[in-house]
Design a protein around this ligand. Sequence first.
Ligand SMILES: O=C(O)CCC(=O)C(=O)O
Ligand SMILES: [Fe+2]
Length: 324
Amino acid sequence: MADGHQWKIVKIPPIVQELAAGVREAPSQYMVREKDRPAVTGSDMPEPIPIIDLSRLSASDDNSASELAKLRSTLEDWGLFLAIGHGMEPSFLGEVINVTRGFYELPLEEKQKYSNLVNGKDFRIEGYGNDMVVSEKQILDWEITSLVLNKLAKLLGLSEGYFVDMFDEKAMTYARFNYYPRCPRPDHVFGLKPHSDASVITIASIDDSVSGLQVLRQGVWYDVPIVPNALLINVGDGIEIMSNGLLKSPVHRVMTNAERERVSLAMFYTLDPEKELQPVPELVDDEKRPRQYAKVKTKDYVMGLFETFARGTRVIDTVKISII
Ligand SMILES: O=C(O)CCC(=O)C(=O)O
Ligand SMILES: [Fe+2]
């Protein structure tokens, strides 16, 4: 993390990509316990699938109001959507995916130069490894993020700039390049375990050729369909907390694939690590809608994600206030 934070980890697992290259059977530590084993294909999302046209959303005519209504129902249903009309060239998005793939094709010694382990043992968020994150602003445009954040604020009845104004110069953006090697047992091994994002909002460019992302709704896992050149945008735990639970951060996971490798690039927009996340006062009403989440510092929350993720629990549950 740019604030220099480092985590101690007890055991350094081998890097999944290198492991995958050398084995025919998935090693036992990657096997999901029998009761948690996923069905490889999820359910089909019912029509209409959640697609939002950002060019309509930003227009200053009637289209904007109807797209905003669509955004509201999409977020209530899924917490995520596929964004089209974002103005990014398909060739640019294709390049982002190709560069990501190209990086993973480099020899191990090259990639290790960017290791996320300091002195070979202390984990930091940035760098190459099992949970690789590098911080690089402006890969996916902040304008898209601010448009969506403005509309979220509007949907919640807040002033449009409410969330965007929280992103000062100390706000952090993490880019995570995900690489999911082919896996001989997709029914036994997750690409990415079920989780929700610790960000305020996440924007991702996902592989157009291989699906694998699934989202949980009312106990059912749905496949997120591929929409060419669309960006995936999801509400993060930060919005769930600040909206006092009016918007929910979706639980999602990534399945592995026996035939195809898959890549994605996720940009996590978070506040200044020192800033506190808490329900915005306008959305707390002691009578009608009491406060549902405790105050937590952004950096503690992000660190909490790594700890709970490793255990398979959710960091948001650690700040939920139980209302009796
Ligand atoms: O690879 C994907 O489609 C999603 C990745 C993801 O959920 C994450 O990096 O948090
Ligand atoms: Fe995620």
